[in-house]
Design a protein around this ligand. Structure first.
Ligand SMILES: Nc1ncnc2c1ncn2[C@@H]1O[C@H](COP(=O)(O)OP(=O)(O)OP(=O)(O)O)[C@@H](O)[C@H]1O
Length: 227
C-alpha cells in the first residue's frame, strides 16, 4: 500500500527552465527508491520539495492520502524527514540536537523514539561521539551522528541526501545495512550502492526551458523511473 505519493510534481527555476516536471513517486513501506541523475539535475531540490522545505510549482504530495497542510508543516517534516548530506552547523553535541528535536511538539505525538547512541554503535561510533561537540567530530563521524539522530526520531519516510558520501567503505556498508531496512528515498552517485540498496530507481535528467529532455546534454534524455 502506498505510503508517500507524489503526483505531477514540477518546479521551475529562476531562468524559466523546468528543473523537474511531472514527477510521480509511489513509495510503499520498506521501499528504497534510489534517486540518480547528473549534478544540478534537481535531486536535492526534489527531496526538499517532498519534505515541504521548499515550494514547488505544480503537483501534490500526500502521506497516507493526506497533504502536508492537513498534518501541519512541522508534523509533516517530522514524518517525512530530509537528512542533508552535511549536517547544518549545530552548536552543542549530537545528543543536544536529539534532546531538542524530541521536545518539539511535532515529535511528541510519536509513540516510539530510539536511542541515537545505540544506532551509532552499530556504525562504529562510541557513546562519547554523541556527547562531543559537533565541531570536534570528523566529517564521517558527523555524518553518522546526524543520521543516527534522524533515525532515532523515527520518521516514516527518510529523505537521504548522499548519506554515505563522507564514509569509508566499511562504514558505508554498516550504514547501508541499517538504512535499507527503512522506507526511504536515497540520493547516490554510486551505481554499486544503487545495486546494493535500491528496490527501484528514479533518474532525473536535465530539461530544457519548455520541459523537454535536453538532448544536447549527453546521457540526459528524459525523466525515467525503473522498477
Ligand atoms: N529556488 C531556486 N531558484 C533557482 N535555482 C534553483 C532553485 N532551487 C534549485 N535551483 C538550482 O537548481 C539546480 C539543481 O540543484 P540541486 O542541488 O537540486 O541538484 P542536484 O541534482 O542535487 O545536484 P548535485 O548532484 O550536485 O548535488 C542548481 O543549479 C540550483 O542552483
Amino acid at each position: 500500500m502506498t505510503m508517500l505519493e507524489a503526483t505531477g510534481l514540477s518546479m521551475q527555476v529562476g531562468d524559466g527552465r523546468w528543473l523537474f516536471k511531472e514527477i510521480d513517486i509511489y513509495l510503499s513501506k520498506g521501499d528504497v527508491l534510489v534517486l540518480r541523475g547528473p549534478s544540478g539535475a534537481g535531486k536535492t531540490t526534489l527531496l526538499k520539495c517532498l519534505a515541504e522545505l521548499v515550494p514547488y510549482d505544480e503537483g501534490q504530495v500526500k502521506l497516507h492520502g493526506k497533504e502536508a497542510t492537513e498534518y501541519g508543516i512541522p508534523l509533516w517534516r517530522s514524518r517525512v524527514m530530509y537528512v542533508p548530506q552535511r549536517p547544518a552547523i549545530h552548536t552543542g553535541t549530537p545528543m543536544d540536537l536529539f534532546n531538542m528535536a524530541k521536545n518539539f511538539a511535532s515529535q511528541k505525538e510519536k509513540k516510539t523514539l530510539d536511542d541515537p547512541t545505540q544506532i551509532g554503535m552499530q556504525w562504529n561510533l562510541s557513546e562519547s561521539h554523541f556527547t562531543e561537540n559537533w565541531s570536534n567530530l570528523s566529517g564521517g563521524e558527523m555524518q553518522r551522528a546526524a543520521l543516527a539522530v534522524a533515525l532515532a526520531l523515527n520518521p516514516e519516510v527518510l529523505l537521504l541526501d548522499e548519506p554515505t558520501s563522507a564514509l569509508d567503505p566499511e562504514s558505508t556498508l554498516l550504514v547501508e545495512k541499517t538504512l535499507k531496512t527503512k522506507t526511504c528515498i536515497w540520493i547516490t552517485h554510486s551505481s554499486e550502492q544503487e545495486s546494493r540498496v535500491a528496490t527501484n530507481t528514479l533518474t532525473l535528467k536535465r530539461l530544457t526551458k519548455s520541459g523537454e529532455a535536453d538532448d544536447s546534454m549527453s546521457d540526459r534524455t528524459a525523466t525515467t523511473i525503473s522498477m
